[in-house]
Design a protein around this ligand. Sequence first.
Ligand SMILES: [Zn+2]
Length: 412
Amino acid sequence: MSEARVDLLLTGIGELVTHDPAHGAPSGLVRDAALLVADGRVAWAGSRLGLPRQLGDVETIDCGGRAVIPGFVDAHTHLVFGGHRADDFARRLHGASYAQVLAAGGGIHASVAATRLAATVDEPGLSLLDQSLARARRMVAFGTTTVEVKSGYGLDTAGERRMLEVASELPRHAGLDVVATFLGAHVVPASHRADRDGYLALLENEMLPACAPLARYCDVFCEDGAFSVDEARRVLVAGKRHGLAPRIHANQLGASGGARLAAEVGAVSADHLDHVDDGDIAALRAAGTVAVLLPGAALSMRTPPPPARRLWDAGLPVALATDCNPGTSYVESMQLVIALAVLELGLEPEEALWSATRGGALALELADRGWLGAGALADLVILDAESHLHLSYRPGGNLAWKVLKRGRLVYG
Ligand SMILES: [Zn+2]
């Protein structure tokens, strides 16, 4: 253990999920455990019997036999948006397809209008920041300590920049880390419906230079009705020129070719992957691309769930995320995502929890989280349950008792 001053002691941990393979893959489970925090990081974690003796007078949380897990890393969200799309949802319930809703000016176009409007509002609770912050705070309450946030409801230079500025303000107010992604290529906006090439030129020559300083990744919605493989390649290559690593919405509604493109451009992640074949899977594995699966979208769209079992068994790193967005997955809880992954996608509870924490961290290239051992960030959830199994066994509620970010209480 390092000599750094210990700030916090967690005792009475009934079950500690470390994700340290030394304690057995994938959970690295330690029973009757304790954990020490110093300077926002885990200084030591292990069996209570191995706890260093001379700790002095240190702040202590007695977990009372509860389970402790790493904080969730939600690697795919669109949580900055204005308004909602309950009306789209009702239309889809009554038979309209996603493509029909989009073509009729609903879908992403409706959220662009609502987001642009919210960006002009200062009224408390109604501003774009306040609407987004309310969601971020609920995510924290469910145990999320790091979240990826995409732009994509501005679809012009000022609108995309404003979304990324709002994303950058969330950590200060909500107590979670944000990783920002530029998604100017979400759909072609109504203003450029007859001039796709003009929009792509705008994106390359004006939007990317203005937005790249506020983001780490560049994403594209590669799908029928959004962007073709060739258009998506153009966007991602341009993003790379501006220092943004690629990630991609791929093979959600059909075999879009996005998964192969992800492998071709060395994307950090390929997200959705509801429609992949063995060749797609082999290409992603060879490229080292993380498969980010979004069971909330399949639930909300009432489509078959992504093939998590096949992807995991093929040896792909799998991440689970909420895809929190106003149209196809208004889901804020990573706990619900874990339950869906177990009950609908066929992952084991241990695999689902790994994917929602360590897998998410890999998808965001963050080595310091998603696990709990010496040196990791002290981002963790104390569950109001004795085992992480309760996350899928008792779906639908909130099992977070306390949530800690860098060793500081942010919920509970
Ligand atoms: Zn998405």
